[in-house]
Write a protein that binds this ligand. Structure first.
Ligand code: HTL
Ligand code: MG
Length: 619
């Protein structure tokens, strides 16, 4: 295999034109082969193979800086920059990351996983380069989805003003995870149509028939086209960013030619390339949404449809039933329709649904606007991405105690996506915000009870649930929940474990049948059930808190603060995630490592002299 000879980008520069094409094929096979075993962002990475080969052919990483936005499309980059040997470990515990990561390779210019950060990073690097009088190139690869983020647009605004030398490659596949949204996106579609029509005029109607994937088959034709394609009228014109495109992003020769010509231009240039998500793998091309991020699969057969019932689906189903009865319900997603379980809702209630793009800040403040206008918005958002909208929660929603419900998905450790995606800061952040209530259901029925209660109680309410399966409940199930109360699942004579969500299972499993150890479903994180806490402490029970969240500022901290406020002395132990970033791995294994799984809970109990047999019975 050619790939065996590629130790680094310099080796890409030695290949012949024929070999380059072969390299592209080999990269695709390798990405499919490994992703089938590890799972990962297959469709995005397949779509960027030609671009990445062209980049390493023309630029000199790591001297030249190549920044990948989100970093989920960069598998070919990993394979070409000395990580072939370790590629098998992609997304595995102890293995290489699914995104670019500075500590992993000098060729990874940024550590990333969240969208829209590349351009501001590039601006910083350009400022540093220029103040030091250095001369390396800066190249940004950003998807059409990532370009919907405010941070990307704001950085472009500044890059244009300062006229920084930089090549920005817009990798446009018309897709975010689901079909992309936004006015810019619409504009790009019209540009493509214009381009095709132009071609048709120039070369006769027959060209239209083969709206050709090989727009630049011949180098001299590319030259012509490159001139032609520098549009005067484009959205970047006002920002003083040179715009070139759109061109075929799977035409390797054409790309190399263009990059070679654009690389020395002064000022910022945006090259718009058009690619197909999943390119070269039929199943992924046909269903890029499903193949955006996949678990392990059989390369010859599509992954088993559906991965069982999840918290996301339980939320989506509940919201549909609520929306049927209450016309004020309005669902908002920042580009995560499928992941948040809103696919069916979006079909059923298209006029009470909005995908704002990869713009969590906009999602939250749009919720504020809807609430001010009398609606009952539900912002469906992953814990990790809510980090992007902290000020919007505080400033736009909480100050006026607006009726916005936050359905916080993927709370806790999320597994193979690793530290950029773990949802382990939401409690620490949200607990500090006045007016905001924070709840965590133990099952799908309780999630429904909480949604209903949140609508009744009003004001901002956050409901957090993990990336996990959950048992479905029958439609029409709408149990009541007494606001602010915890629930004793099992009495214990010596220790009460306070847990919620995912760690509740672990607590129950650790406690087993031992009569000394009880378990409480601490489903209200704010407000806490202070009455129950007081009762437990007055009965002389020791308190063990367990949370799938950072220890700092989390639920255990809230319990300690409440005890201090109530002037109650109690023996308390807290289990949670330590003060460091948790790496990628299998969720349950990461939980055990962090000491919040059943074993960790047993160990903590043992420290109190309560040795339990592995089955949970008294030893
Ligand atoms: N919100 C933020 C701030 N960051 C991320 N990463 C997401 C949500 C979730 N997300 C991805 S990849 C992706 C989203 C929305 C779509 C990106 O679309 P783009 O790239 O057009 O930029 P493409 O996949 O090649 O089409 C991940 O979490 C990996
Ligand atoms: Mg895209």
């Amino acid at each position: 295999m050619l790939l065996d000879r590629i130790q680094g980008p310099e080796d890409v520069k030695r290949l012949s034109g024929e070999e380059l094409l072969q390299l592209v094929e080999e990269l695709r096979s390798e990405i499919i082969r490994v992703t089938a075993r590890t799972g990962g962002h297959l469709a995005s990475s397949l779509g960027a193979v030609e671009l990445i080969v062209a980049l390493h052919r023309v630029f000199h990483s790591p001297k030249d800086r190549v920044l990948f936005d989100v970093g989920h499309q960069a598998y070919a980059h990993k394979l070409l920059t000395g990580r072939r040997d370790r590629f098998e470990t992609l997304r595995q515990e102890g293995g290489i990351a699914g995104f670019t990561k500075v500590s992993e390779s000098p060729h990874d210019a940024i550590t990333v996983g969240h969208a829209s950060t590349s351009l501001a990073n590039a601006l910083g690097m350009a400022l540093a380069r220029d103040v030091r009088g250095e001369d390396h190139k800066i190249v940004v690869v950003i998807g059409d989805g990532a370009l919907t983020g405010g941070m990307a647009l704001a950085a472009l605004n500044k890059i244009g003003e300062l006229g920084k030398d930089m090549l920005i490659i817009l990798n446009d596949n018309e897709m975010s995870i689901s079909p992309n949204v936004g006015a810019l996106n619409r504009y790009f579609r019209s540009l493509q149509v214009q381009r095709w029509l132009q071609d048709a005029e120039e070369r006769g109607k027959r060209v239209l028939e083969k709206i050709s994937p090989r727009l630049y088959e011949l180098a001299d034709r590319a030259k012509e086209a490159a001139k032609l394609l520098v549009h005067q009228e484009n959205p970047f014109y006002a920002w003083r960013i040179r715009y070139v495109g759109p061109v075929d992003g799977h035409d390797l020769k054409g790309l190399i030619y263009l990059l070679d010509h654009l690389k020395d231009l002064k000022g910022p240039t945006l090259l718009h390339i058009v690619t197909k998500k999943g390119h070269g793998y039929k199943l992924a091309e046909e269903d890029p949404v499903k193949w955006h991020g996949v678990g392990p699969f059989d390369p010859k057969a599509p992954p088993k449809s559906g991965k069982g019932y999840t918290w996301s689906l339980a939320f989506g189903d509940a919201l549909i039933e609520l929306a049927e009865k209450d016309e004020r319900i309005f669902a908002i997603t920042p580009a995560m329709r499928e992941g948040s379980g809103l696919t069916e809702y979006a079909e059923r209630f298209p006029d009470r649904y909005v995908d704002v793009g990869i713009a969590e800040d906009v999602a939250v403040t749009t919720g504020a606007g809807l609430a001010l206008a009398g609606m009952r918005p539900v912002v469906a958002i992953y814990s990790t991405f809510l980090q992007r909208a902290v000020d919007q929660v505080i400033h736009d929603v909480a100050i006026e105690n607006l009726n916005v419900i936050f359905a916080i998905d993927r709370a806790g450790l999320v597994g193979a996506d690793g530290p950029t995606h773990h949802g382990v800061f939401d409690l620490a952040i949200l607990r500090a915000v006045p007016n905001l209530k924070i709840l965590a259901p133990k099952d799908a029925a309780e999630l429904r009870a909480m949604l209903k209660a949140a609508l009744e109680v009003g004001g901002p309410v956050a409901i957090r649930y993990p990336r996990a399966k959950v048992a479905p409940v029958a439609p029409g199930t709408w149990p009541e929940i007494a606001w602010g109360t915890w629930e004793v699942l099992k009495e214990g004579s010596e220790v009460m474990i306070l847990a919620f969500g995912k760690t509740l299972e672990y607590a129950l499993s650790a406690a087993g049948e031992d009569p000394r150890v009880g378990v409480v479903n601490a489903r209200f994180i704010k407000p806490l059930d202070e009455a129950m806490l007081e009762r437990l402490v007055r009965e002389g029970k020791k308190i063990l808190t367990v949370e799938d969240h950072q220890l700092a500022g989390g639920f255990g901290s809230a319990v300690l603060e409440a005890l201090e406020k109530m002037g109650l002395g109690a023996e308390v132990k807290r289990l949670g995630l330590p003060d460091r970033f948790t790496e990628q791995g299998k969720i349950e294994s990461l939980h055990e490592k962090a000491g919040i799984g059943p074993e960790g809970i047993r160990r903590a109990l043992a420290e109190w002299g309560l040795a339990l047999a592995p089955t949970g019975r008294t030893a």
